[in-house]
Write a protein that binds this ligand. Structure first.
Ligand SMILES: O=C(O)CCC(=O)C(=O)O
Length: 249
């Protein structure tokens, strides 16, 4: 699976759908939780973004450290990949579509960057079935290979909507052109978005501060993703780099 997803992200569609990563019941619990916390969100042109939701507890932390996703993030971004952002995206009924974009850090950089090595992987978690009716995400297959800034005409020629079941996860290369859709349903549509980046990329949002209880209970995987041991990580990088330079001298 990891190989197929990895190849899809770099050389194929630029995204890959993983079915049933969590159960429909778990997804429903996350959806319900999100809808009780809408007051933490900000309005983004009629859609709601709730940023930095790691503190919502183990239910979100377990999604962040899900072994399947982490395996893929490590293969794509390195064993010391970090968490760039974790947020909820709610599409209220009849909301307008979101803007066409690539993901951070690519939108903050000049276009024309190589696809491989990737700097960022996004996960769009479906907390309920995503359909064309309720706002399945618009994606342009293969657009991670299109150099240059996203443009709407080219996007609309190729874009399709990602649909699937509650508990599915769409992983995508940070350079994939995509946008949120209109929700034509009478119920809000909920996604959880997780961004993993190479360790050298500055996180999009501030992750902390973390209190002592959080740090004491954080799993090894979460410690690594939050770069809580960044000094050790970077020392290891420097040592590997020095060894490689010595070997090639
Ligand atoms: O909520 C969605 O449909 C996807 C949003 C997304 O991928 C993004 O804003 O980067």
């Amino acid at each position: 699976m990891t190989d197929d997803a990895y190849n899809d992200l770099l050389q194929g569609n630029g995204y890959h759908q993983l079915r049933g990563v969590i159960s429909a019941q778990e997804a429903a619990a996350v959806r319900d939780l999100t809808l009780t916390r809408l007051d933490e969100g900000v309005d983004q042109n009629g859609q709601i973004a709730i940023r930095n939701i790691l503190h919502w507890g183990p239910i979100i932390q377990n999604m962040v450290t899900n072994p399947t996703l982490l395996g893929l993030a490590h293969k794509l971004l390195g064993d010391d990949a970090t968490l760039g952002a974790v947020s909820a995206r709610v599409l209220p009924p009849n909301c307008p579509p979101g803007g066409l974009h690539v993901d951070y850090p690519y939108w903050a950089m000049n276009p024309g960057l190589p696809v491989d090595p990737a700097l960022m992987m996004q996960v769009i978690w479906m907390m309920e079935p995503f359909t064309e009716h309720n706002g399945g995400t618009w994606v342009a297959p293969g657009s991670q290979q299109w150099k240059g800034a996203p443009n709407i005409e080219r996007f609309e020629e190729h874009a399709i909507q990602a649909t699937g079941d509650a508990g599915d996860a769409v992983v995508s290369h940070g350079l994939l052109w995509h946008r949120t859709a209109i929700n034509h349903d009478d119920q809000p549509r909920v996604a959880i978005l997780i961004n993993y980046t190479q360790v050298a990329v500055r996180p999009l949002t501030t992750m902390g501060p973390f209190d002592d209880a959080f740090i004491a209970s954080a799993s090894d995987e979460l410690r690594a993703l939050l770069a809580l041991d960044i000094d050790k990580t970077l020392r290891r990088r420097v040592m590997n780099h020095t060894r490689q330079s010595a070997a090639s001298a």
